[in-house]
Design a protein around this ligand. Structure first.
Ligand SMILES: Cc1ncc(COP(=O)(O)O)c(C=O)c1O
Length: 393
């Protein structure tokens, strides 16, 4: 007779605990093309919760490139890049990225998560030290863990703490990794100073530009280029400002060769479809064009206006950013506030543990280039009302 699973397998109990802590997640359903307006769970609302910062996800040229490529190359790549999934479209995209980033070479991954896993596990192992900002993204944390290197976490943006970590002797390699624009806080890493420290201690520097690609620097190359601090490894995503999906790593030819040969998250996975490459290439062509400059400048002025409009309830930011955390604290209250926003026609997602620390839940408000002045006004009015009235949350 089959025995029933023991109570160690009480999955229902685990879900109940998540619900009790207001940490239970569900996936809202989006329909139509998400832009400044999003249809979410059947409600058409203002979208202040998207990484589609430049509004490219619905751009007609990108959609056209995508659908043309599907008819030319088929729906999927059918295999990993090293077996039979590598196409002219993948190569063209990588050549474009290397040219744009002014690096010897570039490699495209299926996602940013895979790229960070690939970078960290290829470059480091148990003989090495990885120095990581305490607020780095989960994909970096997981990459650190998988690498089996010793992980030294430094205080967020803190150069003294990073320097102390870098000083540790006795390792084959040292590698420092940071986001350039932090995904949940919208603050910027001191890239130049960190790069100087890395050079002092013979460490490789890896920068995750997921939320800076397309937005900062000449032709949207990212914050590293904007600050003139070019690290050994530049990583960025193609699913946020570029509006498509996937990620890139840009650097030396030997770095890319090594990733092709050793990054398991690149080797052991089906290549993304050539149509995705073609669409991403089209998105990057827009990003580097005068239209890209125009979208960046619209975004910049929207960010500034939003910061001004919110100042009655939130302190002005030293460096305004398209990512604006609105700190609430407890998870249940955060989710109630997010729900109250939705009821008034504003989508601004609540962010909880483990995306941020326990007790540091927040609304993550993101500004797009496509938002109108009226959109910004409406969003700030709703947030102001919520914060001043505390709407029974
Ligand atoms: C800083 C950072 N790195 C990496 C990723 C992962 O990128 P992707 O969504 O393409 O897997 C994200 C996305 O959430 C991110 O915010």
């Amino acid at each position: 007779m089959l025995r029933t699973p023991s109570k160690n397998w009480d999955l229902v109990g685990e879900i109940v605990t998540l619900k009790e802590k207001a940490l239970y997640r569900r996936m809202p359903e989006v329909s139509g093309i998400p832009g400044r307006i999003i249809n979410i769970d059947g409600r058409s609302v203002l979208n202040f919760s998207s990484n589609n910062y430049l509004g490219l996800a619905g751009h007609p040229q990108i959609l056209e490139a995508f659908s043309k490529a599907v008819h030319t190359y088929g729906a999927g790549s059918t295999a990993s890049r090293l077996i039979a999934g590598n196409t002219h479209s993948h190569r063209q995209l990588e050549e474009f990225i290397a040219n744009w980033k002014k690096t010897e070479a570039a490699l495209v991954f299926g996602s940013g998560y895979q790229a960070n896993l690939g970078i960290l596990t290829t470059l480091t192992n148990k003989e090495d030290l990885v120095i990581s900002d305490e607020l780095n993204h989960a994909s970096i944390i997981d990459g650190c863990r998988l690498s089996r290197a010793k992980i030294s976490v430094y205080r967020h943006l803190d150069l003294n703490s990073a320097s102390d970590a870098l000083k540790q002797p006795g390792f084959r390699r040292k590698l420092l990794i940071t986001e350039s624009v932090f995904s949940m806080d919208g603050d910027h890493a001191p890239l130049k100073e960190l790069l100087n420290l890395c050079r002092e201690y013979d460490a490789f520097m890896v920068v995750d530009e997921a939320h800076a690609t397309g937005i900062y620097g000449p032709s949207g190359q990212g914050l590293c280029s904007a600050l003139g601090a070019i690290p050994d490894v530049q990583m960025g995503t193609l699913g946020k400002a570029a509006g498509v999906s996937g990620a890139y790593v840009a650097g030396s030819r030997s770095l890319i060769d090594l990733l092709v040969n050793k990054a398991r998250s690149f080797i052991f996975t089906t290549a993304h479809s050539p149509a995705v490459s073609e669409a991403a290439l089209e998105a990057l062509k827009i990003i580097v064009s005068p239209e890209g400059d125009q979208r960046r400048s619209m975004l910049k002025s929207n960010v500034k206006r939003m910061d001004e409009m919110l100042q009655r309830v939130l302190p002005r930011r030293e460096i305004p950013c398209h990512i604006r955390p609105i700190h609430v604290g407890p998870s249940d209250r955060t989710m109630k506030m997010s729900e109250a926003c939705l009821d008034q026609g504003l989508f601004v997602q609540g962010i909880r543990f483990p995306s941020v620390r326990e007790g540091a839940s927040r609304l993550r408000l993101t500004v797009m280039s496509d938002h109108t002045t009226e959109d910004l006004r409406k969003a700030s009015r709703i947030i102001e009302t919520l914060f001043t009235a505390r709407v029974n949350c």
